[in-house]
Design a protein around this ligand. Structure first.
Ligand SMILES: [Zn+2]
Ligand SMILES: [Zn+2]
Length: 169
């Protein structure tokens, strides 16, 4: 889906939600929505606030938090809690299913497209539940940390060997 079409759709969804719940349709709220759907991937509240500050539209922290609550409530944004890190958010609409690979060592989060996880038989079991999207959290060690760990182990082994050699003398 091209991005302007997607933005029109989420705007319409947001308008429906705001009207239905008698929330005010302020330009600030739409600016936050537009900003989120202009960027890909995950974001934290601080990074969102800072990147919005640099754009033409300034919103207060209070407005930002308030708008995120509304966007979570109407399902246009999802919130993640990856391990002990601060909450991260991402757009929920028009976002392909994906898993999150979370490194336990450095905290880096990578996305992994997972296609359709459910076989037709599994889908049948879910018949009373309409799936909108799903996301798995996979915890482990990233390749960068693994390399560092292996290098560290090698170094320790070399030192160990040296020590045993010295003892033998
Ligand atoms: Zn790592
Ligand atoms: Zn994600």
């Amino acid at each position: 889906m091209d991005n302007s079409k997607l933005k029109d759709q989420v705007k319409a969804k947001f308008t429906d939600y705001l009207e239905l719940n008698k929330h005010r349709k302020t330009p600030e709220r739409y600016a936050v929505l537009d900003h989120i759907y202009s960027t890909r991937g995950h974001f934290e509240m601080d990074s969102l606030y800072n990147s919005m500050k640099q754009s033409s539209f300034r919103v207060s922290r209070a407005t930002l938090y308030n708008t995120i609550e509304l966007l979570l409530d109407c399902g246009l944004v999802v919130k993640h809690q990856f391990g002990a890190n601060v909450s991260q958010y991402e757009r929920a609409y028009g976002n392909e299913n994906h898993d999150h690979l979370i490194c336990l060592s450095c905290g880096e989060v990578k996305e992994h497209k997972n296609g359709n996880l459910f076989t037709p038989a599994q889908q049948k079991k879910l018949q009373r539940f309409k799936v909108s999207y799903y996301s798995m959290y996979i915890y482990g060690i990233c390749s960068k940390c693994l390399r560092a760990k292996n290098a560290e182990e090698k170094k320790n082994k070399v030192i160990e060997n040296k020590n045993t050699r010295i003892k033998k003398k």
